[in-house]
Design a binder for this molecule. Sequence first.
Ligand SMILES: *Cc1c(COP(=O)(O)O)cnc(C)c1O
Length: 432
Amino acid sequence: MKFYNLKENSEQVSFAQAVKQGLGRNQGLFFPEQLPVFDDIPAMLALPLVERSVKVLKAFVSDDLDEQQLTEIVTNAFNFPAQTQPINEKNAVLELFHGPTLAFKDFGARFMAQCLQAFSGGEKITILTATSGDTGAAVAHAFHGLDNIEVVILYPKGKIALLQEKMFTTLGGNIKTLAIDGSFDDCQALVKQAFDDKELAKAIGLNSANSINISRLLAQICYYFEALAQLSRQKGAENLDNVVFSVPSGNFGNLTAGLLAKAMGLPIKRFVAATNANDTVPRYLAMGEWSPNETVATISNAMDVSNPNNWPRVEHLLKSGLVEQGCVSSASIDEEQTQSTVIQLSKLGYISEPHAAVAFKALEYSLADDEFGVFLGTAHPAKFKDVVESILGQPIGLPKELADCAGETILSSDMSAEFAELREFLLTNTDQ
Ligand SMILES: *Cc1c(COP(=O)(O)O)cnc(C)c1O
């Protein structure tokens, strides 16, 4: 299957090219030229995760990977579960945080890393990415130890939580981390300058591994199928026509993947796109005007995005009729409601964190009597230990992944926000 550029439709590339290139011309996003549609959903849902995911992904990658290669990639990438947990009789959470960095980004980042390695053809690739936390950890762990791939991660020195910093700065090997004397925006600006420097980009095989990469989204389709598989075991396959997913949204990659799953025949009734105070999308869906405000900092900080980069894909899915126009509603949840929802969930016996709480609250506002709600648990509560403990007034335990890295040494180098210094580092430290 080919993937085409949503901005310049004549640009069509293979899956391998889309993965390596990331973005198309004129910053356009790649989109599959047609979607496989499954008509025997109960049979699909009866399969184990890896086997089903291979079926889901096969048509997308068939130009570049045979079934055996794909099976190997999926087996390596999805080596941890996605798990639904009941909250009450009307709601369940889909926990996506049982991977190595305790956030759903592990699914996409690990699949992308495995694909990129398969497509590298022995050429050197340098992943350069800026992070304010979660993405850096997921990317670092996904690529750690892979041959021919160097990873360089920039982050704002002193501006991320220590445990979060330790999750991606202590690995060593092919993972290089730079603590930049500046803000997250400065880090992003440096990454952009590197990509604009065509000579440098070519010399070191630059790739960003960011959330607009189509491979990350395709991987995420698979856990929507897994959620319905688990629900069908619990409720019976005939009782799946009323499921509503609430997706805590920042760049809207997760929602895009859910809509793709629906367009492929998975019986999801509709979606709630839940945001924090960064409410560009809920305002857009209500008023029809795209007017991003200045980004504001919230306790659900992975969703502090005011110009979501996957929105053109969502819009395409809705406007092209691949999914029904009305199947996405959206709500913005403020800080006070987020905190009270963390408490509300803990009273229901479930320790959550701010992102999941935003999704649960938005679902509660939206769910009709005859609907069943599933909200996505995108991060382990321990990743937001300080804020969760201060809301709940009680300590929460550290899972093994975090406890393990807490005692490790940070291996980062300090660097100024001067591009010349980064350029020099990239040319000398990513040995060709
Ligand atoms: C990245 C992230 C989100 C937002 O996901 P998008 O796909 O960007 O909408 C939500 N929650 C957590 C914990 C995240 O890390």
